[in-house]
Write a protein that binds this ligand. Sequence first.
Ligand code: NAI
Ligand SMILES: O=C(O)C1=N[C@H](C(=O)O)C[C@H](O)C1
Length: 238
Amino acid sequence: MKLAILGYGKMGKTVENIATSRGHDIVYKTSDDIDIDRLKQAEIAIDFSTPEAAYFNITTCLENNIAIVSGTTGWLNRFEDAVKLCKLQAGKFLYASNFSIGVNVFFELNSQLAKMMSGLKEYDVKLREVHHLEKKDAPSGTAISLADHIIKETEYTNWSYPPEDSKNLIPIEAERKAGVFGFHDVTYNSDIDTITISHNAKSREGFAHGAVVAAEWIFKQNDGVYSMKDVLQLNSTT
Ligand SMILES: NC(=O)C1=CN([C@@H]2O[C@H](COP(=O)(O)OP(=O)(O)OC[C@H]3O[C@@H](n4cnc5c(N)ncnc54)[C@H](O)[C@@H]3O)[C@@H](O)[C@H]2O)C=CC1
Ligand SMILES: O=C(O)C1=N[C@H](C(=O)O)C[C@H](O)C1
């Protein structure tokens, strides 16, 4: 595939290595405003930019008939607008708060566990995420996805950050620590015991690999808005 990389930072560079090793051509990469003529040389774009830039990058791709895969977090207040534009333009758009296969398995586990815990009123849930010091947004996109998945299965109505002590809200704690690529855990606590599930990323390879696999997958699909669930087709009941 002829690929454009929008956001040539830590993730953009890891994507470049993996995409090149899988035989793709990087025809355009930028860490700044898009040059549309250069973007148009690509068949598909992968965006790992910033919360401020992502929406513009995604919509610019859709307006120019370039399929777009985005993993940028912290811009989702505009997600529905991007979905509308994708449908209007008959484009291809895939978003994931986390592209790693392990985290997508963890998402399924989290939903299953939430379903099991939903009737057990003696337990309270909380989420925790730890990331490297350069991360711009908090809480992480992955933590928000985990909270949204729990909300779907239980009586919790929303999440809180910074964490609030409220029965209806799922508290999310965020910590910034050197060298952490991405750690998430979900804990159910009662007076009797504690149940915790967690995921720890050992590098950025898993995120970048998943994003390139998602780009290869969407390249072969019809127009539409897709998620990693569509790509991975994990064998689950949720
Ligand atoms: N979905 C997933 O699996 C993952 C998502 N992320 C997310 O990806 C994003 C990027 O993460 P990192 O690479 O660690 O950050 P980074 O700060 O290393 O890289 C971001 C790059 O975007 C550039 N940039 C700024 N304005 C731009 C614009 N208008 N157009 C294009 N590029 C622009 C910056 O100069 C920088 O080089 C973050 O939102 C992060 O949360 C990170 C890892 C995995
Ligand atoms: O910024 C990061 O590094 C990461 N961001 C994503 C998020 O916000 O969930 C995914 C991963 O945890 C790494």
